[in-house]
Write a protein that binds this ligand. Structure first.
Ligand SMILES: [Zn+2]
Length: 501
């Protein structure tokens, strides 16, 4: 049987506002004792009243605008009722039928993934279940943290696209500086709905629903939870597709359920039969007035939009001729993208000052710059687990290093040595080059002397070369390099060898 794979995503992200969603408690509980950043409001004590956090509302609208969503002129908060020990109120304040923003998209690999809605709610507390104990521990520091939930239409067709969506969304949240979105810390949580339907037996109603055609009965969807990394997003979905396919082929009955991803066993395990929204008995929160979002307010929020990774990537490719992969790496972190652009603009100023044409040189210079950033500088950064914003090398000095390499004043091994010094202490690469006497030797007369000596001492290799073994040349170049401590200009060395031999 042939099946269509149908995947939808729900992504929660904690917003890093100063205070919580509906009270003035500190929203940053990192390193704090359990149950110390709580108050009667987030604990749901009788007689307290919530007040919505304006910043959280604005950031959610901002995220919506970044993702081409429409803004609801009238939005409201609703109560989602259920009992669980991590929810002190007995209900969660969320949004049901009037989310802040709706109907947007995010482009992944030239495909528009439609976004149904983004709404705002409050996070729950954290439970710790101790092995061998008859009780669990509850920490309510997280209860009431602003939580933004994005829901996509179920139109994603493979696990890799789902993973890429999550990654790009996180980049956007970080660019906007509204969430650290660290999956390991639970600041961003991705859930996926996965189902398999027979080809041609269903249609999509454009409103987040899959509809059966004729008398076809839809196969149930499974909600995947407990996914703690981007890799796990892909692996869990892939596992689930395989599991459902096998079950359908064997005519086993699938049920609508929630399954958790078990990283160690690399499989999904059933957690509970899935409840429907009717079970939560949503109703408007009587303590919170509806939100009227006027054009003026939206305009003000829109003015905070900056260039985001998808657009930046396109521009980088257009402007500097980067390949897809390089552009993707460079825009993955705003600090890195900004740094790279500063380096390139320094190089442009340098080329302009020499009277050369930037248009003619830019592709090569951008490529050399990105190579040195991504392969060489990242070696050091990864080793020390540092971000580019923490380094001592100014973009001006980095650009100068690139210029030295580009002009052939140093070879790449000298460049690496200089970079290492710059990485440790900062400083001017030209000075370091002189201090370490790493300047490339391209004085032809000096090199000729050295090369004549090598030819004299290697009669056998000379014979081989003359009898047509051209690759012996590499051996000669190696000899010249070691005679000059790696400082000889290899291009000139080759020319001289060819000329003499
Ligand atoms: Zn509170």
């Amino acid at each position: 049987m042939n099946y269509d794979i149908i995947i939808g995503l729900e992504i929660h992200a904690e917003l890093k506002t100063k205070s919580k969603m509906f009270c003035s408690c500190d929203n940053n509980a990192e390193g704090k004792e359990p149950n110390t950043t709580v108050c009667p409001i987030c604990m749901g004590h009788p007689g307290t009243l919530p007040v919505a956090n304006k910043q959280a509302v604005e950031w959610t609208i901002l995220t919506g605008l970044a993702l081409h969503c429409k803004v609801n002129e009238l939005s409201k908060f609703d109560r989602k009722n259920y009992f669980y020990p991590d929810l002190p109120k007995g209900y969660q304040i969320s949004q049901y039928d009037l989310p802040l923003v709706y109907d947007g998209y995010l482009e992944i690999d030239n495909e528009l993934i439609k976004i149904t809605r983004i709404h705002l709610e409050e996070d729950t507390g954290k439970l710790t279940h101790l092995t061998g104990k008859k009780y669990s521990l509850a920490d309510y520091n997280r209860a009431g943290t602003p939580l933004m939930e994005l829901v996509t239409e179920p139109t994603i067709k493979d696990a890799q696209t789902a993973k890429k969506f999550c990654q790009t969304y996180r980049q956007i949240l970080r660019y906007l500086n509204i969430s650290d979105a660290d999956m390991e810390k639970g600041q961003m949580r991705c859930e996926a709905n996965v189902s398999l339907q027979e080809k041609g037996k269903w249609e999509y109603n454009g409103n987040c629903e899959i509809m059966p055609l004729g008398d076809y009965k839809l196969n149930p969807k499974v909600e995947l939870k407990n996914i703690n990394s981007f890799k796990a997003v892909e692996k869990a979905i892939e596992y689930e597709i395989k599991r459902q396919k096998n079950a359908l082929n064997d005519e086993e009955k699938l049920i609508q359920e929630t399954r958790g991803w078990d990283e160690n066993k690399a499989k999904t395990v059933s957690q509970r039969a899935k409840e429907t929204s009717a079970d939560y008995r949503y109703f408007p929160d009587p303590d919170l007035p509806p939100l009227e979002i006027g054009a003026q307010w939206i305009k003000k929020i829109k003015s905070q939009l900056i260039e985001l990774p998808p657009e930046k990537k396109k521009r980088f490719i257009e402007q500097y001729n980067f390949d897809q992969e390089t552009a993707e790496i460079l825009v993955s972190d705003k600090n890195l993208a900004d740094y790279a652009e500063k380096v390139i603009s320094e190089l442009r100023a340098w080329i302009d000052s020499t009277g050369d044409s930037w248009e003619r040189q830019k592709t090569k210079l951008a490529k050399v710059s990105s190579n040195w950033l991504i392969s060489e500088l990242f070696k050091h950064l990864n080793c020390d687990k540092l971000n580019i914003k923490d380094i001592k090398i100014t973009p001006e000095n980095f650009a100068e290093l690139i210029a030295l390499v580009y002009q052939g004043k140093i070879n790449s091994s000298a460049g690496q040595k200089i970079l290492e010094v710059m990485y440790k202490n900062g400083g001017d690469p030209t000075h370091i080059m002189k201090d370490l006497s790493l300047e490339q030797i391209d004085d032809t007369a000096e090199l000729e002397k050295i090369i004549k000596k090598i030819i004299k001492e290697n009669k056998k290799q000379v014979e081989q070369y003359k009898s047509g073994k051209e690759n012996v040349l590499q051996y000669f170049v190696g000899q010249a390099m070691s005679a000059t401590q790696g400082k000889a200009n290899p291009k000139i060395v080759i020319e001289i060898f060819k000329k003499i031999l």
